[in-house]
Write a protein that binds this ligand. Structure first.
Ligand code: AHM
Ligand code: MG
Length: 340
């Protein structure tokens, strides 16, 4: 069966022809990410059986408890990326500062990576889908030296590739290099990611809303009114919409990407500028959604990928998904602002 489908490696090689001047570095980097994903996948799959559930006892830079699997995924991706020799450093959710790779080969690497090694940590212990999110940029600092902070504080529009791995009922890797979005499912019997979702397009109109409605009363009036609108009955626009929220960005985003919907994390009392991190959560998802025909904006309706990051762990309100839904939500927020 599998000889009729593209494996990820074959697909990457085929697509390299799209970039006539590329020398294969990006392809090698993607291959290394896929390899680390398989290692993490193996551990996630047997998490209940081996001593890898629970916390390490440490608190990370976000002030959150570090789960053992967070730590494991972080280490595996860092090792794989350093070993790829194409990447001179990474920014990860788990480290305050950038990690500079100091081998001669890595210092010569052309790319840097921003990564959330294991997103949705609160779901780890209860066997709910979690994911890895990554974003690849060309470095700004000169090759031959260690990476610099400025390499990581680039606008999302400068991403050369972005993607995620979802460790779900099956494991998938979904990525874009700026020419559409493609999804690969891990075939456990051969240990390969195989092309299963070619050229993914997000429906223009969706009927799924994904938000933590436990915080409803903390949302701004415009966001609350949009959520109320989603629940109104109207046959023509297929309302009420369905509410689906896993609390794992990757899983919620993946479902909405395929079925059509909107994911939203507005400002709350605790997270006044939103919860999600710009460089390793919002930007990669924004590139993917735009490549699939969708939209990603912040609370002011500004395009996520145009924001200039000023901090590695900067947070941003995120509204992302089907274009017409994001635009509609924007209208409600704008209306609220006008009435102020
Ligand atoms: P994490 O990176 O610490 O796991 O936090 C990000 C996660 C997202 O995956 C998810 O959508 C969101 O936080 C859930 O937050 P909440 O529990 O406040 O709804
Ligand atoms: Mg995260």
């Amino acid at each position: 069966m599998y000889n009729t489908v593209d494996t990820l490696n074959e697909f990457i090689i085929e697509r390299q022809a799209d970039f006539p001047y590329a020398k294969g570095e990006l392809s090698r980097l993607l291959t290394h990410i896929a390899l680390a994903a398989k290692v993490v996948n193996r551990e996630v799959n047997q998490a209940g059986l081996v001593d890898i559930l629970g916390t390490t006892g440490d608190i990370n830079v976000q002030g959150e408890t570090v789960q053992k699997l967070d730590d494991f995924a972080n280490t595996k991706f860092a090792i794989a990326l350093k070993g790829s020799s194409e990447c001179c450093g990474i920014a990860t959710e788990e480290s305050q500062d950038i990690i500079k790779f100091d081998t001669d080969m890595a210092k010569d690497g052309k790319y840097i990576i921003c990564i959330d090694p294991l997103d949705g940590s609160s779901n780890i212990d209860v066997n709910v889908s979690i994911g890895t999110i990554f974003s690849i940029y060309r470095r700004i600092s000169p090759r031959g030296h260690v990476a610099q902070l400025q390499d990581f504080l680039q606008e999302g529009t400068k991403q050369v590739a972005a993607g995620y791995i979802i460790y779900g009922s099956s494991t998938m890797l979904v990525y874009t290099t700026g020419r559409g979005v493609n999804g690969f499912t891990l075939a456990p019997s051969i240990g390969e990611f195989c092309l299963s979702h070619r050229d993914i397009q997000i429906p223009l109109n969706g009927s799924i809303i994904s938000a933590n409605e436990g915080y409803y009363k903390q949302f701004s009036a415009g966001v609350r009114r949009y959520l109320d609108y989603c629940k109104d009955i109207d046959e023509e626009t297929n309302r009420p919409y369905s509410s689906r929220y896993i609390g794992s960005l990757v899983a919620d985003f993946h479902r909405n990407l395929l079925k059509g919907g909107i994911y939203m994390y507005p400002p709350t009392e605790k997270f006044k500028t939103g919860k999600l991190r710009l460089i390793y959560e919002a930007n990669p998802m924004a590139m993917l959604v735009e490549q699939a025909g969708g939209m990603a904006v912040d609370h002011d309706g500004g395009r996520i990928m145009d924001l200039v990051p000023n901090d590695l762990h900067q947070r941003v309100p995120l509204y992302i998904g089907s274009r017409n839904m994001v635009e509609k939500l924007n209208d409600f927020i704008e209306e609220e602002e006008e009435q102020k």
